[in-house]
Each structure stands twice: as structure tokens, then as C-alpha cells.
Design a protein around this ligand. Structure first.
Ligand SMILES: NC(=O)c1ccc[n+]([C@@H]2O[C@H](COP(=O)([O-])OP(=O)(O)OC[C@H]3O[C@@H](n4cnc5c(N)ncnc54)[C@H](OP(=O)(O)O)[C@@H]3O)[C@@H](O)[C@H]2O)c1
Length: 318
């Protein structure tokens, strides 16, 4: 499979990985195991997804059966907002590794540039956004520099091979580059034809940061949460269906191909064995320049994952 070479370590990050958000906990181990059998080598997890233990069980089953070797896999996880303070980063990263049953992460990302009040994992895990009342968001006064320095120490200690950021825009990326001893290697952000993010992509390219697009299918992932904002599904959009019929591929494959043809990695999620296999088959065709342009022209700056909608004090994309 094609990969993106990360600048600092020269490690190869597969261009297609498997996203673990909303992968059903009870079937997660089997799904991950099946995904490895289908050919996936990158898994995109996070403390917040609440299924790291189950994902790890699937990985370890494949390892113990000799289907893959650990070094052939690329395991990503993320630091949740409640663990940004210096006394928590290392402890929670180690706890997450234990949940996976692994010795290192290939990539560890700061999930959001937002620090929230600490919640002890014995009290609630994953902590999510709110306090015990399920309503109140409590911000914590932790600057990004403190968290990034701790992320660098994860690399020093061999807990993470690469470190990066997610949901960050230009200003905070500029800030991190002012003090980084180890630069962010990967930026994971929402990108799909309704939110094409050209300026951010160009900035990442200038800095040598690899970009991973999340929610490549746009509103689809947010439909089940009632957060799809009422727009036409990308799967039903004329421009996408037309590109699909021209290439003999599915609309999902067209959306993923559009992203990798722009130089990004993708991490589609599916609970279905057929769809997860289908999402891997995107390297055997090409979209024409005209179709690439027509798809990019669908941009309406529609952001589906915006913490400001949870609490206006978290307007990181304002
Ligand atoms: N860093 C962040 O803040 C952040 C935020 C969001 C997501 N992510 C990461 O990015 C990954 C992907 O994003 P996402 O989960 O939001 O959404 P996504 O992969 O864009 O879309 C998933 C949705 O599309 C459906 N689907 C998958 N393959 C399909 C196919 N071939 N044909 C038709 N429908 C298909 C899935 O349903 P079925 O499961 O029923 O197939 C599900 O409803 C996440 O799992 C997570 O790892 C990161």
C-alpha cells in the first residue's frame, strides 16, 4: 500500500487506515482482526473512543496468529483534553498503551488544542467533554507548550515513535513551531468536499507535516448523531455519483480517492466487513483533473466537528 514518509523518523504512514471512532465496542476486536485480514495496517484510535482495549485485543489476535508483525502495523492514539497538564500526559499515555496491550504507539496526537479539567480515569473513562452533571464544560489553564513538551518526552521514552496534532489551525501550529524540539509530524483534521481546507493543507505542506483527513464521507458519520446539518449526503451528490459511474467505483471510493490524490492520508471507519474492504480499494484508479476540480468546487466550508457547538468558549476554528 502507498504511504507517506514522515519527515523526522522516515517512518512510512499508510495512506489508507481504519478509523475507530464509533466502532461498536462489542464487535470491535473482531472488526479490527477482520480489518487486518483485509489488509489494513493503520488503526486510528483515541482514548475518547472508549474501545482501545477491544481494538488492542483484535490487533494482538492477529499478531499471535502471525498474520502481521508489530512493525508492519501503524497504531495511532490520541491524548484527550482532560490530560493536557504535565502531571497527566505520561501516565495516561502509558495507561492507553496498557489498554491496547502494546509497547509503543507509532503516532500519538493531541486530540484537540483544548485543555479541560482533569478527570481521574478511576472516576470516569473516557471522560468526554462534560463534568459529572453531563452538562458543564470546565476549561483548564494549561498552555499548549506545556502539553507539547510532555508529548516530546513520550518520544524520548519510546512510548510514541511520532507525535502530532489534531484539530489545530494555523495560529496554534505557528505557536508550536516556535518552541518545538520535536516538530509535529502529522496533522489530523476534518477534510471532505464540503470542507476542503486548501490554506491549511498548503501550510502543512510548507512545514513538512503529513495530513490525515478525517470524516472523509462528510455528513455521513454525523447522521447517526443527529449532527449532519441537513446537507445533501456526499454519497448522493451528482458530482460524486458522476465521478463514480465514470470510474466504475463506488461514491465512497471516489471520496477517499479524491483525498489521497490531494496528498493526504485517510482513515475511513466502517462497522461492515464489505464496506471496510471496499474502502481499501482506492489505489487502482485515478480521478481526472476535471473531476478533481469539480469535487473540490463543492466546498462550502461546512464543519461538522466543531467544539464551539458544545461550548462557545471552545471556538478553536473561529
Ligand atoms: N481527530 C478527530 O477529532 C477525529 C474526529 C472524527 C473522526 N476521526 C477519525 O476519523 C475516522 C473516520 O471519520 P468518521 O468516523 O467521522 O467518518 P467516515 O469514515 O467519514 O464515515 C463513517 C460513516 O460512513 C459509513 N461508511 C463507511 N464506509 C462506507 C462505504 N464504503 N459506503 C457507504 N457508507 C460507508 C459508516 O457506516 P458503517 O460503519 O455502517 O459502514 C459510517 O456511518 C474516525 O473513525 C476516527 O478514527 C478523528
Amino acid at each position: 500500500m502507498a504511504s507517506i514518509v514522515l519527515k523526522r523518523t522516515k517512518q512510512k504512514m499508510p495512506v489508507v487506515g481504519f478509523g475507530l471512532w464509533k466502532v461498536t465496542k462489542s464487535t470491535c476486536a473482531d472488526t479490527v482482526y477482520a480489518a487486518i485480514k483485509a489488509g489494513y495496517r493503520l488503526f486510528d484510535g483515541a482514548g475518547d473512543y472508549g474501545n482501545e482495549k477491544e481494538a488492542g485485543a483484535g490487533v494482538r489476535r492477529a499478531l499471535s496468529e502471525g498474520i502481521v508483525k508489530r512493525e508492519e502495523l501503524f497504531i495511532t492514539s490520541k491524548l484527550w483534553n482532560t490530560f493536557h497538564a504535565k502531571e497527566h500526559v505520561n501516565k495516561i499515555a502509558k495507561m492507553q498503551l496498557e489498554l491496547w496491550g502494546l509497547e509503543y504507539f507509532d503516532l500519538f496526537l493531541i486530540h484537540f488544542p483544548i485543555a479541560l479539567q482533569y478527570v481521574d480515569p478511576s472516576h470516569r473513562y473516557p471522560p468526554e467533554w462534560w463534568g459529572d452533571d453531563g452538562k458543564t464544560v470546565t476549561l483548564e489553564r494549561v498552555p499548549m507548550q506545556e502539553t507539547w513538551t510532555c508529548m516530546e518526552e513520550l518520544v524520548d521514552q519510546g512510548i510514541a515513535k511520532n507525535i502530532g496534532i489534531s484539530n489545530c489551525s494555523g495560529s496554534i501550529i505557528c505557536d508550536i513551531f516556535r518552541y518545538a524540539r520535536i516538530e509535529p509530524q502529522v496533522l489530523q483534521v476534518e477534510i471532505h468536499p464540503y470542507l476542503t481546507q486548501e490554506p491549511l493543507l498548503n501550510f502543512a505542506k510548507t512545514l513538512g507535516i503529513a495530513v490525515t483527513a478525517y470524516s472523509s464521507f462528510g455528513p455521513q458519520s454525523y447522521l447517526e448523531l443527529g449532527m449532519n446539518k441537513g446537507v445533501t449526503a456526499l454519497f448522493d451528490h451528482d458530482v460524486i455519483t458522476s465521478a463514480a459511474s465514470k470510474t466504475g467505483k463506488t461514491t465512497a471510493q471516489v471520496l477517499l480517492r479524491w483525498a489521497i490524490q490531494r496528498g493526504m492520508a485517510v482513515i475511513p471507519k466502517s462497522n461492515s466487513p464489505e464496506r471496510l474492504a471496499q474502502n481499501l480499494q482506492i489505489e487502482d484508479f485515478e480521478l481526472s483533473e476535471a473531476d478533481m476540480k469539480a469535487i473540490s468546487a463543492l466546498n462550502i466550508n461546512l464543519r461538522l466537528n466543531d467544539p464551539a457547538e458544545i461550548d462557545p468558549r471552545m471556538a478553536i476554528f473561529a
